[in-house]
Structure formats: structure tokens, C-alpha cells
Design a protein around this ligand. Structure first.
Ligand code: ZN
Length: 205
């Protein structure tokens, strides 16, 4: 039987950036296994480095291990928030320093919601609007096993939710209002502004 360690060895001996698994492959739809030391420390660090490189190259602000075909509860997140200032303010999008999440889970904090477009490296070419809790409480472990126990708000909370959902076998499209679905070029031309109100008016969601 092929183990996670076998799959990671095979992956790390292949090309960089790592190939990203597209929607439709079962690894994206299975709950990932809890990470429980299945990889040697050096291999784990090499995997996380490769995931970070792949996230930067895509480019994206998060990458979960199932997106590179590894069914373990590992994700990398990092956001330079390189968007227009008015968009950053509207979305409460502040830079997120590089963060590794091992076995993450979250719950909503308060009732405030945030409804914005998002995309996914495993669903290339499209964006859709997702209504999510504006703030979440995250529990996870850091790569060295240190507990992470923190609140996230705004766009950082959206990234935390999106990547943690991947580890449960969920895609953002499961939560999106599909009437908002927009091809990337259309999204950039018409709907990439600070608010989704205009998109809602015109697309009827
Ligand atoms: Zn994704």
C-alpha cells in the first residue's frame, strides 16, 4: 500500500513548482488524514517549502496539501495583500505573514458575515462570491507542534476558512452563490471593485 510518505517522496523528486490537483480528483473530496508524524521532519520541511514555492508561483494566498495530491491536514498561507487600497479596506485585507497550519479547525466568532468573491487554484479560471463568517477562531498546531489558538478577521479569516475547508474535502464552490460565477477576465473587468453590490445587481444573486 502506498503511504503518505511514499507519495511525498515521489512528489518531491518531481518538477517544481508542484503540479496543482484540479477539481474532480477524489483527493480534493476526501477528508484529509490528521497529521500525526507520518513524515520525517526533514521531509515535512521540504514538503512545506515546496508548497510555499508552489503557492508563490501560482500565485495564490494559500495551498492545502490535498491540492498537491497529499491527503494530510497541512496547509500554507501567506498574503502580501497586493491589491488596490480601496479594495483592501473594503475587504479588511491586511498582509498575512507566512503561516503553516497542521490539523486546523475553526469556528465562527460573532454573527458578522462577509460576502466577497474568491477563487481557488484547483478551480482555475473562475471566481465566485462566498458568504462567510467575518471572524473565526482558529485552533491548529504550528509545524514544530506549538499550539495555535487565535482569532482571525476579514480577508485573513477567509483564507483560514478556505484552506481549512480543503482539508475537510470541501471546495469554495460548495459554499458559493453559483449565480455569481465569473470567468477571471470578466471578474477583473467588471466585478473586482471594493463591493460585490454591482455584481449582485447585474447577476442576480
Ligand atoms: Zn482552494
Amino acid at each position: 500500500m502506498t503511504t503518505h510518505a511514499d507519495r511525498v517522496d515521489q512528489l518531491l523528486s518531481g518538477p517544481r513548482p508542484l503540479p496543482i490537483v484540479p477539481a474532480g480528483l477524489p483527493v480534493l473530496r476526501r477528508p484529509a488524514d490528521r497529521y500525526d508524524g507520518q513524515l520525517d521532519d526533514a521531509v515535512l520541511h521540504a514538503l512545506l517549502d515546496a508548497m510555499r514555492e508552489t503557492m508563490h508561483a501560482a500565485p495564490g494566498v494559500g495551498l492545502a496539501a490535498p491540492q498537491i495530491g497529499i491527503g494530510l491536514q497541512l496547509a500554507v498561507l501567506e498574503d502580501s495583500a497586493a491589491v488596490a487600497e480601496d479594495v483592501a479596506v473594503a475587504r479588511d485585507r491586511r498582509p498575512l505573514d507566512f503561516l503553516v497550519l497542521v490539523n486546523p479547525a475553526y469556528e465562527a466568532v460573532g454573527d458578522e458575515r462577509a460576502f466577497f468573491y474568491e477563487g481557488c487554484l484547483s478551480v482555475p479560471g473562475y471566481q465566485a462570491a462566498v458568504d462567510r463568517p467575518a471572524s473565526v477562531h482558529l485552533t491548529a498546531s504550528a509545524v514544530d507542534g506549538t499550539p495555535i489558538d487565535a482569532d482571525y478577521h476579514g480577508w485573513q479569516a477567509r483564507i483560514v476558512q478556505h484552506e481549512t475547508d480543503h482539508l475537510a474535502g470541501a471546495l469554495y464552490l460548495d459554499l458559493a452563490d453559483l449565480r455569481s460565477l465569473s470567468e477571471n477576465g470578466v471578474y477583473q473587468a467588471l466585478w473586482a471593485g471594493p463591493s460585490i453590490d454591482r455584481a449582485r445587481d447585474h447577476l442576480g444573486f
